[in-house]
Design a protein around this ligand. Structure first.
Ligand code: S3P
Length: 187
């Protein structure tokens, strides 16, 4: 389906929060690929990593994204931070519609997700250097995969939403009637 909006970007960039807001504003179905993996598997992501390792999780992620690419209904899709590692995923995501890279710096990631327990790649010590390494490995892939990028450092989700809506309008995307940035009362 080519009319979808796909959010990619590092952990803590706000893909799920913004995805939900965007889907409500555009009156599209909201889909979270991690949530689908959990739903199909019946266990949480840390348990999948524990039992099957990262490669088992990636295999499940690949299947879910390949399946989503066959849906006929447009959607707002929030992906996991590592979804762009797989070339087939990158291809499918770009085929599905507009791919937006929600970007945040490592410092902002640290502020937002320092105490997270649901992300296996963040457990252990020296989170700062782990996030930097992930960013080095992945930033080029985010940029190659995305049609455009929005930097969320220091912005609330309603502000990021407004930027995305502005981008969409500039690309002649049809926005259903409503205000330009959600009903959050932001100035
Ligand atoms: C991952 C990000 C997570 C989740 C998994 C692996 C990654 O999703 O898919 O823990 O490799 O960056 P979020 O980006 O939504 O946290």
């Amino acid at each position: 389906m080519t009319g979808s909006i796909i959010l990619i970007g590092p952990m803590g960039s706000g893909k799920s929060t913004i995805g939900r807001l965007l889907a409500a504003r555009l009156r599209l179905r909201y889909v979270d690929s991690d949530a689908l993996i959990v739903h199909h598997t019946g266990v949480d992501i840390p348990t999948i990593f524990e039992i099957e390792g990262e490669s088992g999780f990636r295999e499940r992620e690949r299947k879910v994204i390949a399946d989503l690419a066959t849906w006929s209904e447009p959607m707002v899709l929030a992906t996991g931070g590592g979804a762009i590692l797989d070339p087939a995923n990158r291809h499918h995501l770009r085929q599905m519609g507009q791919v937006i890279h929600l970007d945040v710096s490592v410092d902002e990631q640290l502020r937002r997700i320092r105490h997270d327990r649901n992300r296996p790649l963040l457990q252990g010590t020296d989170l700062d250097s782990r996030l930097k390494t992930l960013a080095e490995q992945r930033n080029t892939l985010y940029r190659e995969t995305a049609h455009w990028r929005v930097v969320g450092d220091g912005l609330r989700s309603d502000q990021v939403l407004r930027r995305i809506l502005r981008h969409l309008q500039q690309r002649a995307w049809h926005l259903p009637a409503g205000d330009s940035g959600g009903q959050t009362g932001a100035k």
